[in-house]
Design a protein around this ligand. Sequence first.
Ligand code: PGA
Length: 261
Amino acid sequence: MRKPIIVGNWKMNCTIPEAFELVKRLKMMVSEVKGREIVIAPPFTALSSVSHALIGSNMTLAAQNLFWEGKGAFTGEISAEMILDSGCDYVIIGHSERRQFFAETDDSVNRKVKAALAGGLIPIVCVGETLAEREAGETFPVIERQLTNGLNDVRLSSSEDLVIAYEPVWAIGTGRTATPSQAQEVHAYIRGLLKNLLGEAAGDIRVLYGGSVKPENIDELMTEPDIDGALVGGASLKADSFARIVRFKVHGMAKDTEHYL
Ligand code: PGA
């Protein structure tokens, strides 16, 4: 059973006091939620303080990036060990903003995924097509290229060691969400691809949807069979909207059922 997971990507937002305030409100709003994983990804500067604030809560921590080398003369970079040391379980890799603004490639994603796994972190690997690629009918080839290269030579000991986020670039921060059936179609494709690339057990890797997820569309997205959760940007910066997303309902029910526990 794939346990649903909701990840809040705070991007370059929140000073340490602001992060504390947001976490304080979130903790009150989601403390009794069970049967789903709740992960937040504050900026590097707030990770260590937030990790202390999360002790005893039902939330865990992710970083938004890492560098593949272990240590050395790499000014401005952060290693897997440092991220683990800051209290993180997860690390987001290959977000489209990193590909777009910081020249990340499938090859750098691949190095980062391997470094994260070797360092004991669970990578959340982002893939997704641009609007031009979708309109040219290239969605599947683009996803296939990103996953095949990004996961080249990657070996997993368990399907829980990797999370994929499908984030169509045209849906990120635009208010324009993929329809649940558009997302489902790509998620099913990704699941098949993962089995081909990593073996049968990879069918249980969780595949998240990201791109303008909000309280208004989460329930519908989560009814799709291959959508295992969400990577949430803008709406994760407000405690009440993120808490509502975490409490998504499927067919009017709060899917907090024992089979996910
Ligand atoms: P958004 O961002 O929810 O603001 O569209 C999603 C993401 O970039 O992960």
